[in-house]
Design a protein around this ligand. Sequence first.
Ligand SMILES: Cc1cc2nc3c(=O)[nH]c(=O)nc-3n(C[C@H](O)[C@H](O)[C@H](O)COP(=O)(O)O)c2cc1C
Length: 178
Amino acid sequence: MPKSENVTVTGRERTFDPDEIIVSKTDLDGKIIYGNRCFYRLADLAEKDCMNVQHNIVRHPDMPRAVFDLLWRTIKGGSEIFAYVMNRSANGDHYWVFAHVTPSRDSSGNVVGYHSNRRVPNREVLNSHIIPLYKQLSTIEQQHTSPKEGLAASTKVIDDLLAEKKTGFNEFMFSLGV
Ligand SMILES: Cc1cc2nc3c(=O)[nH]c(=O)nc-3n(C[C@H](O)[C@H](O)[C@H](O)COP(=O)(O)O)c2cc1C
């Protein structure tokens, strides 16, 4: 069970401005090594609370595990991913973002960590596509007593959706009209 399932949520949404970008960087294990001021403001956390702490410190319990599983498979494979994510502020509020997560490379091309830029999501896409899809995935994950089977079942929903649309995950995200 993810740590964040034991946390409180207020149901209140936080927003940020369209000209703002939420930035964070992690080491290879996903521990935060940098956040910009916008990141800390939305997360309702201080820099000292986050340094060298796992990025799931902002995980919202309603986010399906399949999205993060895909995120990690993608970036560990050396590729970038674009995804809608709902994060949790420390006081239990939530904020939706459209995130780009990608490996960071040194001058020789070695992956030395990961970084993410997030901007304000398209509200229409959230309401019409993402919130219903994520709800479906989370429900499937909760229906299984085995977390492994739950993850496999929700991942299959994503895979089937992409196969039906003959597209990749990033292309699918952009096709929704970000
Ligand atoms: C650069 C980077 C940025 C990330 N940003 C977020 C984020 O904004 N919110 C989030 O919940 N997880 C983010 N993650 C994924 C987390 O590492 C983690 O997989 C996720 O919170 C799920 O946590 P869990 O595996 O403990 O359930 C990010 C990972 C990386 C490498």
